[in-house]
Design a binder for this molecule. Structure first.
Ligand SMILES: [Zn+2]
Length: 1028
């Protein structure tokens, strides 16, 4: 036994976080079939691809309901596979989606569970990937990707009492393009490899020819080889080879081996298969070849597949006696990976990503970056609230009886990451089911946050106060702020640093008095008119015509601050518009052209620097088409295909403009046409610009589908065809118009759609002129959107799409969303900022900070109606609380704080800066983990795990793959033994995950506290914000 084999055994002999699990002896790489070095070894992967919602809802798929839409019932797949596997010990099957596995497991008898466990322990049934769903990679945020894997792994650990169940390869066969960050995350989870099927057709053909479908993906510019992942792109689709789908849902011929039968077909079927393999082998680098045997929702009658694959293997392998080189075997992706690793070759590498994906010259899958914008926004808010729900569960020490509500939101968010959920590529009724599930789960988690906040806020007898959210604040509607004479605003800040924000609440036409946590009257408040197009939004049920704005300062980290609001008897004078075309504060001046009414320039007052910036809304017409041939492709839910690649103006007139000025915020309201309006605003103290956009109902009475973009143009910059977008909200990637880093791209077919990239949080332009000092202009988004720089100096981001044709990629519906019997209206915001990339604080640092604080992990507004006065409230309840007890460096975020098994806590911390982001703030950070929060005290047990929290980090040993021209370890870093007693280190982009076991007893009391560093932090932050 060599050192490597020994270490591999260790992988399967160590135990999962929690209780030790029995050693397995036969699963994993030890259970793999042994390839024959003299033959072509064909690894057959029996598999099923079970979308967690697409044409049917999650439950319709699970139960096999609505089979008129699609013949698919996941429970029958799992039932029949576990019945068929024991009939032949060579048979193998992989399962991927933990959402379904858990649903099915819960319905099994003890006897059945034992049978399933035995199949897992023997390696016949292998769980791979193991996320709650197979996540999309373009429009998902890394926070939610990590969460959905962690929850999937946790459930796998809870179901199976064996390490044999731990997934160790990624399986992303259907997502529409692949993100570098996803590969990095999988590496950090300890995975040995990643398999996928969809990459740009031209890229695939190149890789075919050069035998580069199998590579080592260097997935991080910061984390070194620990983030490198061996990656296998399929030479074909993820379906079985044509003619070899042995399923009730297919029409292919079974293998008929009764020689007396007139239908006997073994010779022909075997020869065809051998011919297929002989054609394919030329594209592979070793004498191993993979062949997936399955497709969407296959194996509902597993005997159909297994009986025929048994025969295929038998008769193909019999030909070896007469000289055939083809050696078929039941296998799994892990076993294929191990066979490649055993070949001891050196592999090519890749450092960029696999976006955008095109399946032919006219089919760029770049429409889904924006499809269903309101669902995408709801998902982002779902993550924001999930983190708060998790944090409060820990901080208030809520015990296991409260965890079901939290689990509900974890699971709804896990489902939302699915590659037909957040992508917007599902049928309309399925999108509605997703929204319903997410909404209900957020309501469930409100039960948790209510309990936690009651426990923390109470100074004596606990009452049952309601801490409600304004879930309709996106249409400026809020029951409590509109209908209460007195109410308390509790602002919970999920960040590890103090936060300052402007609160906006829809209210009636009265004067409102706002007092802070110490009963001090806030003298500067402002009433702002809700824009007219918002007042008339379809479905809005509100009588509020104004919003009350006040500045909430120093909201403590992992904590809250309460404000008391009283409606006085005095009527408020409505804010009166002016016709100014300049809005300004101490740090920024924004100028509009008085004739066109359009944005013209932005002046950084402190630097005395003026940037030329114009802004417009435009639209593309979506191509009509019947998809009969490639050139007849329609623009649809997946595909973006604009007519003539040309944008059109949404109006030829200057937008109707009203300017509102006041002590806190200045804004310009613009109505562009009947279905597009915007607000451009600047808040005091900040030199970023917020643009609120409202688009819809997109008119289709001309029978033309439309895709609406917002376009920014910076004048006089040399951008050289380059722009920058984030990968899943984390590392920034350089994009080059009309160029792909590793293959020749022909942009002539789709010069616009082929240059679109996913924007999860950020898109930016840099000025490469010699005297520019690294100027940068960035657009931060509140949800995933598609974007590009189609001409030098411009950025465009797609906001909303309404289309009248299906694009032929399977959903069989046009993306024509309606609500309240009208085309769907979407409202959102973007934040624009100018900065520079060379001196600290750089614009990249500020982008990361502002995106986090305003979009991704914004303070949550809870409202509580009350009859108490401000002073009465303060005497009864804690109005200021921070769960954080130690200072956290400015480049560190507490990514996860959630209850785990028993009284254990899962803590995940990150350095959110890249190495080259900022000359000062990209440093290694040092974080005291002992005493970070009340419940993490001295002398407790802290152990570090891999990113997915399902294996101790010190036990993780990954397969090593050699890279051409390099040697180096792919292993994850090991924790330093004494680190936990002092400060743990966090290098740029490093995420570290810990399971903490608090000491037993005495952990149930919560001392209300005021975070002593709050003011210092807030000042630092404030200074940074005002400086750039
Ligand atoms: Zn799928």
């Amino acid at each position: 036994m060599g050192a490597l084999e020994f270490s591999l055994l260790l992988v399967f002999a160590t135990f999962v976080a929690g209780s030790p699990l029995p050693k397995a002896t036969t699963c994993g790489y030890d259970a793999c079939p042994v390839p024959n070095p003299d033959l072509i070894n064909v690894h057959l992967f029996p598999h099923t691809h079970d979308d967690v919602g697409w044409l049917k809802t999650v439950d319709q798929y699970y139960y096999g309901h609505k089979n008129d839409i699609q013949t698919a019932g996941v429970q029958y797949i799992l039932d029949s596979v576990v019945n068929e596997l024991p009939k032949n010990p060579d048979r193998r099957f992989i399962y991927v989606e933990t959402a379904y596995l858990r649903q099915w497991w819960n319905q099994q008898t003890q006897e059945s569970k034992e049978k399933i466990e035995a199949l897992v322990a023997s390696g016949q049934l292998e769980i791979i990937s193991g996320g709650w769903s197979m996540h999309d990679e373009a429009v998902t945020h890394y926070h939610s990707i990590i969460d959905q894997f962690t929850w999937g792994f946790k459930n796998i650990d809870d179901m199976f009492n064996t390490t044999c169940a731990r997934p160790h390869v990624g399986w992303q066969i259907d997502p529409f393009g692949h993100a570098r960050e996803t590969a990095s995350i999988m590496s950090q989870m300890g995975f040995d490899g990643l398999f996928f099927a969809r990459l740009d057709e031209a890229d695939k053909i190149n890789r075919y020819k050069n035998k580069e479908l199998e590579i080592v993906w260097k997935a991080s510019a910061n984390l070194g080889s620990a983030a490198s992942l061996f990656t296998v792109a399929f030479h074909d689709y993820y379906h079985a080879p044509e003619g070899y789908c042995f399923d009730v849902i297919c029409d292919d011929d079974p293998i008929i081996d009764d020689v007396r039968s007139p239908d006997y077909n073994v010779d022909a079927r075997v020869q065809d298969f051998i011919d297929y393999i002989e054609r394919q082998i030329q594209y592979f680098k070793t004498n191993n070849i993979l062949v997936p045997m399955g497709q969407d929702f296959s194996y509902q009658q597993a005997s159909y597949w297994f009986n025929n694959i048994d025969r295929l293997i038998k008769y193909v392998n019999e030909r070896q006696s007469t000289g055939s080189r083809v050696n078929l075997m039941y296998s799994t992706p892990s076993c294929y990976l191990k066979a490649l690793q055993n070949a001891d070759l050196s592999w090519k590498t890749k450092e960029d990503d696999f976006f955008p994906y095109s399946s032919d010259d006219y089919s760029y899958w770049t429409g889904y970056y924006t499809s269903r914008p309101t669902l995408k926004y709801m998902e982002r808010k779902g993550n924001n609230f999930l983190q708060i729900c998790k944090q409060l569960s820990v901080l208030a020490d809520l015990r296991e009886e409260n965890w079901e509500d939290l689990a509900s939101l974890r699971e709804a968010m896990g489902i939302m990451q699915h590659h037909d959920a957040i992508t917007g590529t599902e049928k309309q009724h399925v999108a509605e089911d997703y929204a319903l599930r997410l909404h209900r789960s957020m309501e469930h988690c409100h039960v948790t946050t209510d309990k936690a906040l009651n426990k923390i806020a109470s100074k004596g007898v606990q009452e049952n106060l309601e801490f409600k959210s304004c879930l309709y604040s996106n249409v400026s509607q809020c029951d409590i702020s509109e209908n209460s004479d007195k109410f308390v605003v509790t602002l919970y800040n999920p960040l590890a640093q103090a936060s300052t924000l402007y609160v906006r609440l829809p209210v009636l036409d009265f004067v409102y008095e706002v007092r802070d946590d110490t009963d001090t009257l806030i003298t500067e408040t402002q009433m702002l008119r809700i824009p007219t197009p918002i007042l008339t939004l379809p479905g809005r049920a509100s009588i509020a015509t104004q919003e009350l704005v006040f500045r909430a300062t120093d909201i403590p980290p992992l904590g809250y601050k309460s404000y008391h609001v009283t409606k006085t008897a005095a009527a408020s004078a409505p804010a009166m518009p002016t016709n100014d075309f300049v809005i300004n504060n101490d740090v920024i001046e924004v100028t509009f052209n008085p004739e066109t009414h359009k944005l013209e320039s932005v002046k950084d007052i402190q630097k005395d620097k003026t940037y030329s910036l114009s802004h417009d809304f435009q639209y593309y017409e979506g191509v009509e088409g019947d998809n009969s041939v490639a050139s007849a492709r329609a623009s649809g839910a997946y595909i973006f295909r604009p007519v003539n690649h040309q944008k059109k103006p949404i109006t030829n007139n200057p937008p109707a403009t009203e300017t509102y000025k006041g002590p806190l915020v200045n804004e310009i309201h613009q109505v562009w046409n009947e279905w597009v309006s915007s607000v451009v605003r600047i808040y005091n103290g900040y030199n970023d610009i917020e643009i609120e956009w409202t688009v819809g109902p997109i008119p289709i009475d001309d029978d033309i589908g439309k895709e609406i973009v917002t376009v920014y143009t910076v004048g006089g910059w040399e951008t050289n065809g380059k722009f920058f977008t984030d990968s899943n909200g984390r590392e920034i990637l350089e994009r080059n118009r009309n160029l792909r880093p590793t293959w020749d791209f022909d942009p002539s077919f789709e010069p616009v759609a082929g240059n679109y990239y996913p924007v999860t949080t950020t898109i930016s332009l840099r000025n490469f002129a010699a005297d520019s000092a690294g100027e940068e202009f960035a657009v931060l988004t509140d949800r995933a959107q598609g974007g590009s720089s189609i001409e030098n100096g411009t950025l465009e981001v797609m906001l909303h799409r309404r289309l009248l044709f299906d694009d032929g990629k399977g959903v069989y519906e046009a993306l024509n969303e309606t609500a309240f019997d009208k085309g769907l209206v979407a409202r959102g915001k973007q934040i624009l900022l100018f900065g520079q990339t060379q001196t600290s604080p750089t614009s990249i640092y500020l982008q990361r900070l502002i995106s986090r604080e305003n979009m991704v992990l914004a303070p949550w507004v809870f409202l509580t109606p009350t009859i108490l006065s401000s002073s009465e409230w303060i005497s009864k309840y804690n109005t200021l609380y921070s769960g954080l007890k130690k200072e956290v460096p400015g480049n560190v975020n507490i990514l996860t704080l959630e209850p785990w098994d028993g009284d254990k806590i899962l803590v995940r911390v990150e350095n959110f800066m890249e190495q080259n982001d900022d000359p000062e703030l990209s440093q290694t950070a040092y974080l005291p983990i002992q005493g970070l929060i009340d419940r993490i005290t001295d002398n407790l047990e802290i152990r570090e795990t891999v990113l997915g929290a399902n294996q101790w980090l010190e036990d993780s040993v990954r397969l090593e793959f050699k890279v051409e021209g390099e040697d180096g370890s792919q292993q994850l870093p090991r924790p330093e033994p004494d680190e936990f007693k002092t400060n743990i280190t966090l290098n740029p982009m490093q995420i570290r995950t810990f399971i903490v076991q608090p000491p037993t007893g005495g952990a149930n009391t919560i001392a209300p506290s005021v975070f002593s560093f709050v003011s210092i932090f807030a000042l630092t932050l404030w200074k940074n914000l005002a400086q750039y």
